[in-house]
Design a protein around this ligand. Structure first.
Ligand SMILES: Cc1cc2nc3c(=O)[nH]c(=O)nc-3n(C[C@H](O)[C@H](O)[C@H](O)COP(=O)(O)O)c2cc1C
Length: 185
């Protein structure tokens, strides 16, 4: 139905944020969307830190943004904001890389004190990059996310339902966007 890019901004190799996104990606696939995932930590550090806009992997990542109708942006909260790793990629994208796109912002964090980090930190950046529609996001406490030895994800009741709801609202917004574009043709 729509092309979705799902971006995780955690530097951790055992990232809860990334694991959470994988389940959301599957939910979106079940709803008919074509989902590609991108873990920023897999991009070359020298390109991210050295402002190598023309590095082939940065160019490829930029293309993924270009091709997407919708973007899921997931980040751990670091020092009351999104991760520096995520920002290092966003800084290499064109200023209006999110123009016309529907965006779902998600965060995980250790403290409810920073539950609003999505709204006061992440949302303004996404907005400055031209996002057409930033749907309501969700902050999940890290202690509410557990990953079993078999890789099975468990999210505490309450957060699990909220995540499903924001994902479905994102999916519905993508559907509405597709219908609008079809009608305009
Ligand atoms: C360097 C660092 C800074 C952090 N700063 C905050 C913070 O300011 N507020 C907060 O709620 N959690 C903070 N945390 C906790 C992480 O946001 C939380 O554990 C998150 O779920 C980690 O996600 P990940 O497993 O995807 O990396 C911090 C963790 C680290 C490692």
């Amino acid at each position: 139905m729509a092309i979705v890019l799902s971006v995780s901004g955690s530097p951790s190799s055992t990232s809860r944020t990334a694991r959470l996104l994988r389940d959301l990606d599957d939910r979106l696939r079940d709803q008919g969307h074509e989902v590609t995932s991108l873990e920023v930590r897999t991009l070359p550090a020298d390109a991210l830190l050295g402002a190598q806009f023309g590095h082939p992997e940065i160019v490829a990542a930029t293309k993924l943004f270009e091709q997407a109708d919708g973007v899921v942006i997931g980040t751990p909260v670091y020092k009351a904001a999104y991760s520096g790793l995520l920002k290092s990629l966003l800084d290499l994208l064109p200023q209006y890389a999110l123009t016309g796109k529907t965006v779902l912002p998600l965060a995980t964090g250790g403290s409810l004190a920073h539950v609003l980090a999505i709204d006061y930190a992440l949302r303004p950046v996404l907005s400055s990059m031209g996002a057409a529609h930033i749907v309501p996001g969700w902050f999940t406490l890290d202690k509410d996310i557990s990953v079993g030895h078999d890789g099975e994800l468990t999210v505490a009741p309450g957060s699990a339902e909220a995540l499903a709801e924001v994902t479905d609202r994102f999916s519905a917004a993508l559907g509405a966007r597709t219908a609008l574009l079809a009608a305009a043709e």
